[in-house]
Design a binder for this molecule. Structure first.
Ligand SMILES: Cc1cc2nc3c(=O)[nH]c(=O)nc-3n(C[C@H](O)[C@H](O)[C@H](O)COP(=O)(O)OP(=O)(O)OC[C@H]3O[C@@H](n4cnc5c(N)ncnc54)[C@H](O)[C@@H]3O)c2cc1C
Length: 442
């Protein structure tokens, strides 16, 4: 198989990671090793897969390998919503059972994370805060009406929150209305994934800063994973590598690499909190998905997330000029909402890459003899990565369960992308068109 072209290279400016203490030194892939299973990718999916494999096979040697430190990839740099409700497009699925299955899987993931956080005392701002879906103008309100109908069709609890009540929580009268859904949890993503990595069972060996550059089969049919300073031989490989799954030669031209970006402030002071009437620990996603996500952390930082970019060279982080432009856009969104906090600076601006597919279908299954993968979370991978990684391990060891049937029923093959340059042009135009249409919600 060809050597990998795109290796993960996330920027060094993620606020969540910077807020944590320096990590302990890590172990790297050095020399020749053998393992019963190797999991590549230590995001939500790979961490969950490695844990479940180890629980099934306490006598086996499981190796979890990541190109970066745990918490550095998308799983440690997202907005920290662990969402129970399926993705917007999945919510529109005509089959009610499909939606119930997705809900059940996401909720199983939340229960699993909650149990692990409690059992291992993971300090990650975990909170059952629910989620606001907020509308600014007419376009957002139309989306909200549609969302309300989807919620009532689904029989899910929700509450309409009007401007005045919202302002009492968010500290801004910018939003005209929101729908509050109670099932979402919030967390500090880098702290959570680092805690999950540190609490893995003893028969999982974690190797960080160890990019796998090539995957090939030896004459005995075992896989050889080539690193920079060593290799691992194993009969079975589980890929929790999101968009990078394509680099191993699988799902080629079926995944779309998308980057989105966030900035956060320093913690607000007591005076700033009192002057705005803002509360701590809430999260708002935009009613119109192309709009802006806003979060207030438990330690009182305000986060702005918006902007999407199609990034064919997803192994690169963005350059400084692009980061500055994005920070300015975030600034505008921040000041529009919080003019009275216009003096509060952003301390960090960062981006992260994830995979979507044109038919919004998640891949879950076996790609090759001894190779299993979950890929393409469509941007809501905290819950999805956790449950799909767990069930991928179940599948790889040959167990069966109702959840495994459920995940098989709701996943499929991401559709093929058109060839370049049509793909790039098409996606860019679509992103720009969505941003223009949604400008009142950004
Ligand atoms: C700014 C931002 C905000 C977001 N907000 C949310 C949110 O609030 N809620 C939510 O649910 N989702 C959110 N997402 C999406 C979410 O972060 C992803 O869906 C999720 O992290 C995917 O998890 P994963 O484990 O599948 O993949 P990743 O977290 O991408 O993990 C893949 C891992 O594979 C490793 N890897 C890749 N190639 C190799 C190789 N060759 N060798 C070794 N290691 C390799 C990478 O280093 C990486 O750690 C957001 C994303 C971004 C960028």
């Amino acid at each position: 198989m060809n050597s990998i072209v795109n290796l993960p290279h996330d920027d060094r400016s993620c606020g969540w990671y910077a807020a944590l203490p320096e990590p302990l030194p890590c172990r790297r892939l050095i020399g020749e090793q053998k393992a019963d299973y190797v999991v590549i990718g230590a995001g939500f999916a790979g961490l969950a897969a490695a844990r479940r494999l180890a629980e099934h096979l306490p006598q086996s040697r499981i190796v979890l390998v990541d190109a970066q430190r745990i918490g550095y990839g998308a799983s440690g740099r997202n907005s920290g919503f662990v969402i129970d409700l399926p993705h917007k497009f999945a919510l529109e699925h005509p089959d009610p059972q499909h939606k119930q299955r997705l809900l059940g899987l996401n909720r199983a993931a939340i229960d699993q994370l909650q149990t692990l956080i409690g059992r291992h005392g993971i300090d990650c701002q975990w909170s059952h805060a629910g989620k606001y879906q907020g509308a600014v103008g007419a376009r957002g309100l139309a989306y909200l009406d549609h969302f309300e109908k989807l919620m009532s069709d689904l029989g899910e609890p929700y509450r309409l929150v009007e401007r005045e009540e919202l302002a009492g929580v968010l500290g801004t009268g910018y939003y005209s209305r929101a729908i509050f859904t109670p099932g979402c949890y919030l967390m500090q993503p880098a702290a959570l994934v680092r805690g999950l990595g540190a609490s893995l069972p003893k028969n999982v060996e974690v190797l960080e800063e160890s990019p796998v550059r090539r995957l090939e089969k030896d004459t005995d049919g075992r896989w050889i994973l080539h690193g920079d300073e060593g290799l691992i031989r194993t009969p079975r490989v589980l890929l929790g590598t999101s968009i990078f799954t394509q680099e191993f030669g699988y799902l080629r031209n079926r995944l779309l690499p998308v980057m989105t970006f966030a900035s956060w402030t320093r913690p607000l002071t007591d005076n700033e909190m009192a002057a705005t009437g803002i509360q701590a620990d809430w999260g708002l996603t935009p009613a119109d998905h192309a709009g802006t996500t806003v979060r207030m952390t438990q330690d009182r930082r305000l986060i702005i997330r918006n902007t999407y970019k199609h990034v064919p060279r997803y192994g690169r982080s963005i350059d400084e000029a692009t980061r500055s432009r994005i920070r300015e856009d975030h600034r505008k969104a921040f000041v529009a909402r919080y003019p009275h906090l216009a003096d509060v600076p952003f301390t960090h601006t960062w981006g992260g890459v994830y995979a979507i597919s044109r038919n919004f279908t998640n891949y879950f299954g076996q790609l090759d003899e001894g190779v299993f993968a979950t890929a393409c979370d469509n941007g809501v991978g905290a819950a999805w990565g956790t449950i799909s990684g767990t069930l991928l391990a179940d599948m790889a060891v040959g167990t069966d369960s109702e959840q495994l049937s459920d995940i098989r029923a709701v996943t499929g093959m991401p559709s093929l992308n058109p060839p370049e340059p049509f793909l790039g042009l098409g996606v860019k135009t679509r992103i720009r068109w969505a941003a223009w249409n949604s400008r009142s919600e950004i």
